[in-house]
Write a protein that binds this ligand. Structure first.
Ligand SMILES: [Mn+2]
Length: 341
């Protein structure tokens, strides 16, 4: 008995004196959006969830989009919490950042299935999935998951390219075919910022009478926000290919094209869509980081934070009598009720 007590006392004393003088052991911390700590953005309270998805298999010009999600998260540490346009801190809506989707270069379909599964889970929990790419071919996965829940889903596509080829470089899963696959699901796409079109795509667009908002026409006549909104059903999935913007703003993309949208045009459109439609998912794709040139990474990170702020309009219940043309559309069969604010 006496011996036992003695030992305990000795241990306690030793702990107090020695460990406090040692430096803490470094444990790698996950990079979460805005550099928040896990405690500041728990998944259980998240209304918007970032899903890093480092897809980089069919990129045809510059590869490297696999480094996009990490570069966005790293750059997001430098983004100011406070948004001066909205007079609030967008992250306070409740956000979380998941671990990277594991992408198997030898089994692309399985990787897409994983992303689809994650999107489904998030949608079931009432959260808005926000995928950080990664090449554009990934968009089919979240759209497929959300189409199941929202039969009237339509896609707002900010892009330099139509991505409407039947197939490209021998695969139907190419980034250059992704919107063709989306449309095959019966989901209309509304492309904005287009300035590079293959004859095959022009023929398809004419045959389908699909709307296309060309960058050249936007430059000549201004951004037709009302017309774009009229082309969109409700709810909306927003897919942002960073090459929609002019390479003067974003150089680090897989396929840069001159003559793109300005930062302000992009924001104006995204805000209008979030204000007047229910946005149930989004992605930000095709960042192909250039070492030593952080401007593109930061552009993407800041754009993600701006969109996060605008999503607040979409997630808020419309005020009584508000002139909104969007109704809240419940998911087809919500298995879990929406998260409470
Ligand atoms: Mn694209």
């Amino acid at each position: 008995m006496t011996t036992n007590t003695k030992t305990t006392t000795t241990r306690k004393t030793r702990k107090k004196t020695k460990t406090s003088s040692r430096p803490p052991l470094a444990v790698p911390e996950p990079v979460l959006f805005l550099g928040l700590s896990p405690a500041e953005c728990p998944l259980s309270r998240a209304r918007v969830v970032f899903v890093p998805a480092p897809f980089d298999q069919t990129t045809s010009y510059m590869s490297g989009t696999r480094f996009g999600p990490r570069a966005i998260l790293e750059a997001s540490r430098q983004v100011e919490f406070y948004d001066e346009e909205l007079d609030l801190e967008p992250f306070r809506i409740g956000i979380a950042t998941l671990a990277e989707i594991s992408v198997d270069p030898l089994d692309y379909q399985a990787s897409l299935d994983r992303l689809e599964g994650v999107t489904s889970k998030l949608a079931d929990s009432g959260a808005v999935p926000f995928t950080l790419g990664g090449e554009h071919s990934l968009t089919i996965a979240p759209v497929r998951a959300l189409r199941e829940r929202y039969p009237d889903l339509s896609v707002l596509q900010l892009d330099a390219h139509l991505d409407l080829r039947e197939e490209y470089q021998g695969t139907k899963l190419s980034h250059a075919s992704v919107m063709r696959r989306v449309r095959e699901l019966g989901v209309p796409t509304v492309p904005v910022g287009i300035r590079s079109v293959a004859r095959e795509e022009a023929d398809y667009v004419h045959a389908e009478k699909a709307p296309v908002f060309l960058a050249r026409e936007i430059r000549e006549r201004g951004l037709p926000v009302e017309q774009i909104l009229q082309s969109l059903r409700n709810p909306v999935y927003i897919s942002i290919d960073l090459d929609a913007f002019d390479p003067a703003y974003v150089t680090g993309v897989g396929t840069p094209e001159p003559g793109g949208l300005t930062w302000e045009e992009g924001l104006r459109l995204l805000r209008a869509v979030c204000e007047r439609r229910q946005v149930v998912g989004c992605d930000l794709v095709e960042l192909c980081p250039i070492q030593g040139q952080p401007a593109s990474d930061f552009f993407a990170a800041k754009l993600a934070n701006k969109l996060l702020g605008y999503l607040g309009f979409s997630l808020a219940e419309p005020a009584a009598g508000a002139a909104k043309d969007a109704r809240r559309i419940p998911a087809k069969s919500p298995r879990v009720p929406s998260l409470k604010r």
